[in-house]
Design a protein around this ligand. Structure first.
Ligand code: NAP
Length: 307
């Protein structure tokens, strides 16, 4: 029987582990397939406080992992395949078997939706990004392309005009999905150009390990053109990793877990932290902050239950 099982190894999960391990709760953290979460596939992180020179994403996550380990966190590699939250103790299943636990902290994160191009995968962190807040600063004075037509794409494009010499937004239809007010602001921004009815089919240049341009296809005329740019921001939405909790916990229309009074979910003893419950801020530091809250909430819950 465990006191705490933490699902997910991003900043939220590791921070929850540091807090619950230091409270002598001997947490088990189930790491998932992408150990370290979204930061493990980024390069320089410049906005995590405490690193005046910045730190590489994978190094930051490795340090968080070590820090949680120092206080007794145990790690289990692999994915959670199923959970039973119908009564306490809860049951958490992985390919290796079953773990029973008094509390669960869900920090399984969200994944940026990607275009699915091989070149996109290879150039992520090398000119391709899914987070303008994180990476915009690296594109000062450069020409950038943003893909998408929703609020995220417009928000990112607008934000990026602070740094970029020019931002071109490429959308697969001729109408934006984004809210009217954000659209209007973007249309008025002289630094943003729009390319309609168009998809990105290739990002150049894998061999140079840097972005030099893209291949675009107009879906109406089928015309293919090359377009020069130095950065590509893919902003076509995020998907919270909540499939296994569907029907078990309250979620919003987009599948994000609903939390209240800190990190409590609709099931007492189950807490959620990080991007799995936050589609607004999505930052490593805000995920770590809610991870800390979830750790403390779990500790209080256990105390109240007399454990
Ligand atoms: P979204 O609303 O789902 O929009 C995704 C956009 O990407 C759509 O325009 C979609 O095109 C396009 N897209 C999807 N898959 C694509 C593909 N494979 N290739 C090319 N384009 C593709 O996602 P979001 O913009 O991330 O917003 C998610 C939620 O968060 C929304 O509820 C949004 O309102 C909210 N949000 C709010 C704010 C804010 O208020 N400040 C900021 C960010 C997000 P189609 O239009 O053709 O489907």
């Amino acid at each position: 029987m465990r006191n705490v099982v933490i699902i997910g190894s991003g900043p939220a999960g590791y921070t929850a582990a540091i807090y619950t391990a230091r409270a002598n709760l001997n947490p088990l953290l189930i790491e998932g397939l992408e150990v370290g979460g979204q930061l493990s596939i980024t390069t320089m992180v410049d906005n995590f406080p405490g690193f005046p020179e910045g730190i590489m994403g994978p190094a930051l996550m490795e340090d968080m992992k070590k820090q949680a380990e120092r206080f007794g966190t145990e790690y289990l590699p692999g994915m959670v395949t199923q959970v039973d939250l119908s009564h306490n103790p809860f049951r958490v299943f992985t390919d290796d078997g079953e773990t029973q636990t008094r509390t669960v902290i869900i920090s399984s994160g969200a994944s940026a939706r990607l275009l699915g191009l091989e070149s996109e995968k290879k150039l992520i962190g090398y000119g391709v990004s899914t987070c303008a807040t994180c990476d915009g600063y690296f594109f000062r004075g450069k020409e950038i392309l943003v893909v998408g037509g929703g609020d995220s794409a417009i928000e990112e494009a607008t934000f990026l005009t602070k740094y970029a010499s020019k931002v071109t937004l490429v959308h697969r239809r001729n109408q934006l999905r984004a809210s009217k007010i954000m659209q209007d602001r973007a249309f008025k921004n002289p630094k943003i150009d729009f390319v309609w009815d168009t998809v990105v089919e290739e990002i150049y240049d894998i061999n140079a390990k840097t972005v030099k341009g893209v291949k675009l296809r107009n879906l109406k005329s089928n015309e293919v053109t090359d377009f020069k740019c130095e950065g590509v921001f893919v902003a076509i939405g995020h998907v919270p990793n909540t499939q296994i909790f569907r029907g078990l916990l309250e979620m919003d229309a987009n599948g994000y877990i609903v939390t209240h009074d800190g990190t409590k979910t609709s099931v007492p003893g189950v807490f959620a932290a990080g991007d799995v419950q936050d589609h607004v801020y999505r930052q490593a530091i805000s995920a770590a902050g809610t991870g800390c809250m979830a750790g403390m909430d779990a500790e209080r819950y256990l105390e109240q239950q007399g454990h």
